[in-house]
Design a protein around this ligand. Structure first.
Ligand code: BGC
Length: 685
């Protein structure tokens, strides 16, 4: 497929000259394209490619899924590195690891001949029931932005385009190609936009994928207001918009997408068929300026990824390297969350245990492959260490692994979900919030015969735990944590790794406690879904309504303890453009080395409109040995205290008092201080 165009005559074109600046090269190529060639660039060819233009040496541009490793596609059946799911990576709260992940996955994309990775997936985790919650990062816009920016920078450092998806409000799989999301401007601005805005402004993302669904009556790929006006004009997006695969199927006209600024229709040609584009052009429905705009955006990214440069000038690709495998392991180790640990059940002491019973449907899970074959995040890995294999590797020659709980010193049950349709899978939301009856039975019967029963969950979204968690002394959330999962889990169980993962999403006690699940109207709707919870997504809702979640946002236990102290703020009164500097010390007062994620939330105490009781505005992860302390510094600006006013369509910060809440989770605040804002109310966007 990937034509090698090595024609010396082509080298004479200025756009082939690597010493010329990017914009001049882009303009030169654009100027040479005929109308028909421009039309032909705007639609896909054979699922993952654009059409080449041999006359000018324009190779086809290759786009591959997905967020957890290069997806096996029609032509790529090569084995690759399988990275932990996005929710696991987000649980690390470690932007540097996200950067390393981005670099590594981009190297694999390059190695298999790709130019763009269809990732990261960043839709807000509005509901535990969304089939793709595992593929997305978090319910919180701030954490989402920090991590996505790092992933994108990592990917693009290799001159591979990142394609952040799905813009916007693709928060469910039910009826995803048709549903109309009714969402307020304030919710868009405060909850759903920030990650895309940050991707543009802070990471200069090269591509954005338009979503399947409608947003307030208009399909994502035809939404002029959201694409042209906000994404491009307001935020300054210079990259190109690609449709989700088949997202134009129900859009009526070609010109709607062109007016909105969509450059590339994938994978088939429907609205951007040459004939259709030609007709629209000839009838004056689209202008040359508009056509040039969408084509220019696409070819600009082709240049950025090195499509017109000699191969020795673009970064080398690599695949299945020990470095990539090491990154997957580190993400898994930092992403695993310790949810419950009564009487220090964990870590297990190697010297005190002779036998462990390993049970449960997920002890042999290899989650990379998608059994139903529909998922764009499935991967074909070089190897995959199952939970059972991880335990066997770790215990070899020292602890007997068996399958009967009654005789064992300790029992570990690997429970959870998998990627079958109706569970954590694309194209369908989850059928059930709870573990299957058989799993609950297995857990409860096992703990009756062996009180040292630990449950390790392998899943990608919150699940209900009523009816069993109260009986179990220790519970670990291990997610789908990549090809090194089994080894990472064993390391956590035996304390070689001290867990430091924190939940990027609230775990509700009951599904009906969650904001999106008030009625069918709010999730999943029929043809219409109503985001009635407004800005109160995730912990913002639980806090506002004083509902105790099963596990709050930001929560995760450790084998050690941390003390927070010496909070200092540079000023207690602040105004527009001031920078608040917040400093504190954190000390590891326990006996294990470990990492803590220090979280900073802002709370508006006096507000004329309803605001969330707290919002994450900073976090820092710090690694400390026993008795070691570190000094942390956060900076806040006026915009961090602002809300979006639907009426004036602008950000506002009201005069008055705010609390700064610093803690180990959204419900475990350790230090608090008050500051007073006395500047003007209106803020520029
Ligand atoms: C998914 C995208 C994916 C695309 C290509 C779509 O169904 O929603 O996330 O990138 O397919 O596989």
């Amino acid at each position: 497929m990937r034509e090698e165009i090595r024609d010396n005559n082509l080298m004479q074109y200025p756009f082939m000259n690597i010493n010329m600046n990017l914009e001049s090269r882009v303009d030169d190529l654009l100027g040479r394209l005929t109308l028909e060639e421009k039309f032909s660039l705007c639609s896909g060819r054979q699922q993952w490619y654009t059409s080449p233009i041999k006359r000018l040496g324009v190779k086809s541009f290759a786009m591959f899924d997905g967020p957890h490793g290069v997806r096996p596609g029609a032509r790529i059946e090569k084995r690759v590195t399988y990275f932990p799911s996005a929710i696991c990576r987000a649980s690390t709260w470690n932007p540097e690891l996200s950067y390393e992940f981005g670099m590594a996955i981009a190297q694999e994309v390059r190695e298999v001949g790709g130019n763009m990775l269809l990732a990261p997936g960043v839709n807000i985790q509005r509901s535990s029931m969304c089939g793709r919650t595992f593929e997305y990062q978090t319910e919180d816009p701030y954490l989402n932005s920090k991590l996505a920016v790092s992933v994108i920078r990592g990917i693009q450092s290799q001159r591979i385009a990142a394609c952040i998806k799905h813009y916007i409000c693709n928060n469910q799989e039910t009826n995803r190609k048709k549903v109309n999301v009714n969402v307020s401007e304030r919710a868009l601005r405060e909850i759903y936009f920030p990650v895309f805005k940050a991707a543009v402004e802070k990471a200069d993302v090269w591509s954005i994928m338009g979503s399947y669904n409608k947003i307030n009556g208009i399909y994502g790929c035809a939404h002029k207001e959201l694409l042209n006006n906000i994404l491009m004009e307001e935020w300054g997006f210079k990259g190109f918009v690609v449709s989700d695969w088949g997202a134009t199927d129900f859009i009526k006209t070609t010109e709607e997408c062109v007016h909105a600024g969509m450059s590339l229709e994938m994978p088939r040609t429907v609205l951007y068929k040459r004939k259709k584009l030609r007709e629209a052009y000839n009838q004056g429905m689209i202008t040359e300026v508009e056509l040039n705009n969408i084509v220019k955006r696409l070819i600009r990214v082709m240049f950025l990824t090195g499509l017109f440069d000699p191969e020795d000038l673009v970064p080398l690709g690599s695949r299945n390297t020990p470095e990539h495998q090491d990154i997957t392991k580190r993400i898994a180790e930092e992403g695993i969350v310790l949810l419950k640990n009564m009487k220090n059940t964990l870590p297990l002491d190697f010297n005190k245990i002779k036998s462990i019973a390993v049970l449960g449907p997920n002890m042999n899970i290899k989650p990379s492959a998608d059994p139903d074959g529909t998922s764009s995040s499935s991967v074909y890995p070089l190897y995959e260490v199952t939970p059972l294999e991880g335990m066997i590797n770790r215990c070899k020659g020292r602890i007997v692994i068996e399958n009967s709980a009654s005789n064992a010193d300790v029992t570990i049950i690997f429970a959870g979900l998998n990627h079958k349709l109706g569970m954590d899978a694309e194209d369908q939301d989850k059928d059930s919030f709870d573990l299957s009856e058989e799993q609950v039975k297995l857990i409860n019967q096992t703990v009756e015969v062996n009180e040292n029963t630990i449950v390790v969950l392998i899943n990608g979204s919150p699940i209900g735990m009523n009816g069993w968690i109260e009986n179990i002394p220790a519970v670990v959330e291990a997610w789908y944590s990549g090809m090194e999962a089994g080894n990472a889990i064993a390391d956590v169980i035996f304390g070689d790794i001290n867990p430091s993962g924190k939940l990027p999403i609230t775990f509700p006690q009951n599904l009906s406690d969650s904001p999106a699940h008030k009625s069918r109207r709010t999730f999943p709707g029929n043809d219409e879904v109503h985001y009635e919870e407004e800005i109160f997504v995730g912990y913002r809702y639980f806090d506002k309504n004083n509902i105790n979640p099963l596990f709050p946002f930001g929560f995760g236990l450790s084998y050690t303890k941390f003390e927070y102290k010496n909070l200092k703020i540079n000023k207690t009164k602040f105004s527009r453009k001031d920078i608040l500097v917040i400093e504190l010390d954190i000390m590891n007062t326990g006996t294990y080395a470990g990492a803590e994620v220090v979280q900073l939330y802002v709370q508006d105490i006096e507000s004329s409109i309803e605001r969330p009781p707290k919002e994450l505005k900073g976090f820092k992860k710090t690694f400390l040995k026993p008795n070691e302390a570190s000094h942390l510094k956060f900076k806040l600006r006026d915009i961090d205290f602002a809300y979006y006013d639907d009426k004036s369509h602008s950000w506002k910060i009201e005069k008055g008092y705010f609390n700064l809440l610093i803690g180990s989770s959204s419900r475990d605040i350790r230090l608090e201080a008050q500051v007073n804002y006395n500047g003007p109310t209106e803020l520029v966007n």
